[in-house]
Design a protein around this ligand. Structure first.
Ligand SMILES: [Zn+2]
Length: 144
């Protein structure tokens, strides 16, 4: 496991992550509600986006984050920030914090990647917190 805490993303880079995520939803789904996408910031400053279809067999569903998480491994790049957005039927973009499975995938990059979580009073506003902050009882911590 490699930690990259020295590569703290800038506010501008995080704004680019949000913009890239929204842009993919808009260009790929043309205003269709109930759609979503993810975007991640890599250590080299590039941004990867991803999305996933509703497969015929729902048990095969994967998160929107899956595509960029796997691509980061292919490119041998650390993930510095991760965001998932969901478009509602009234054209709002809700911030979805990473699910438990995505947290387990992202922890490959240590506890320092920033993850987008909804602001308490407005779920369309992104608040960035360290992955470790949303995993205070991460299961392997008893072995440290
Ligand atoms: Zn997930």
């Amino acid at each position: 496991m490699t930690h990259h805490s020295s590569l703290a993303p800038t506010a501008t880079a995080l704004e680019r992550v949000v913009a890239a995520c929204r842009e993919l939803i808009q260009t790929r789904f043309h205003g269709e509600p109930g759609t979503g996408a993810a975007a991640v910031l890599l250590g080299d400053g590039s941004i990867l986006t991803g999305t996933s279809p509703d497969f015929p067999n729902p048990s095969t569903t994967v998160c929107h984050e899956t595509e960029p998480y796997l691509a980061a491994f292919r490119l041998n790049q650390p993930i510095l920030a991760s965001l998932c957005l969901h478009r509602t039927d009234n054209d709002r973009f809700l911030v979805l914090s990473p699910c438990g499975i995505c947290q387990e995938r992202l922890i490959l990059h240590g506890p320092d990647p920033l993850v987008g979580v909804p602001e308490a009073n407005d779920a369309t506003q992104v608040s960035w917190v360290r992955l470790g902050e949303i995993m205070p009882y991460y299961w392997p911590s008893v072995f440290d």
